[in-house]
Ligand binder design. Structure first.
Ligand code: SAM
Length: 252
């Protein structure tokens, strides 16, 4: 995969390329003067970028990164009443929690803000590297540093990780679900995620994770689109329903 970088960020680009190589991704480093909207339009293929904003993924003129800083407003406003996810995971009881499908880490940030002690697992090497960069940036931020101290990143496949993990209070699962809507705010980030991760037809929908999770935790919470089928066709014991999504609860 190509990694475009602006000259002042040569060192960061090289370090990133080495880290990705250790994770099995071969990087083709490409230096350029300026990475701006025009540049992105002229280079529509899926690639990584290193510039003043850190590391991002780009394709078809779009650019995205986990951007945990942008979550600050929501995190500051978040209350148990407003956040169904925090209620479902009982995040304010400081549970030990494995988020086995990290993605951009936004759900984890919210639970960490409530005090959950989180192991955040992601198997995709590029996504994991983006998360690592978001984590390092968050450590430099006065508000986010307190939140991310509750998070430990793990680069692994959860199907394997969960089989050797010690018992925790909660496992949280949010596997990919084939994307039908193209218009929400999520669109840019999700479109890029779908380009990076396997296509819908072959996408691992995470069914087997539920069985592994139930062996590790008393409480397993699964995020689904509101009208989606149950994970692994297993009806939950309880549901928390929102407008666009729901949380299915499995209790041991
Ligand atoms: C829908 S995203 C999760 C979004 C996340 N909840 C958030 O707030 O950003 C699903 C993520 O789970 C990851 N994933 C799926 N199966 C996995 C597995 N077996 N082990 C680790 N990560 C997995 C995918 O690579 C993808 O990044």
């Amino acid at each position: 995969m190509k990694l475009w970088y602006e000259t002042p960020y040569t060192k960061q680009a090289q370090q990133l390329s080495e880290r990705l190589a250790e994770r099995g991704v071969q990087i083709d480093l490409q230096c350029t003067d300026k990475i701006n909207a025009k540049f992105l339009r002229l280079h529509p293929e899926l690639a990584l970028i290193v510039d003043g904003a850190g590391v991002s993924l780009t394709a078809q003129g779009m650019k995205m990164q986990p951007d945990w800083k942008a979550e600050t407003g929501r995190l500051k406003r978040a209350s148990l009443k407003s956040e169904m996810l925090a209620r479902a995971c009982q995040a304010n009881d400081s549970p030990t929690l494995i988020d086995a499908t990290a993605g951009l880490g936004h759900d984890t940030l919210l639970m960490a803000k409530f005090g959950a002690k989180i192991t955040l697992v992601e198997r995709h090497p590029i996504l994991y590297t983006l998360l690592e960069s978001a984590y390092q940036q968050a450590q430099q931020d006065t508000f986010l540093a307190n939140v991310v101290q509750n998070i430990t990143l793990v680069f692994a496949d959860s199907a394997e990780y969960l089989q050797q993990a010690s018992a925790v209070d909660v496992v949280y699962l949010d596997p990919m679900f084939p994307q039908r809507e193209k218009t929400a705010q999520v669109k840019k980030q999700m479109q890029l995620l779908h380009m990076l991760l396997p296509e819908d037809g072959e996408m691992d929908l995470g069914d087997q994770l539920l069985e592994h999770a139930k062996k590790v935790a008393q409480r397993v919470i699964v995020k689904r689109p509101r009208y989606a089928v149950f994970l692994n066709d297993e009806p939950p014991q309880h549901q928390w329903l929102g407008d666009a999504c729901r949380f299915d609860g499995y209790f041991q």
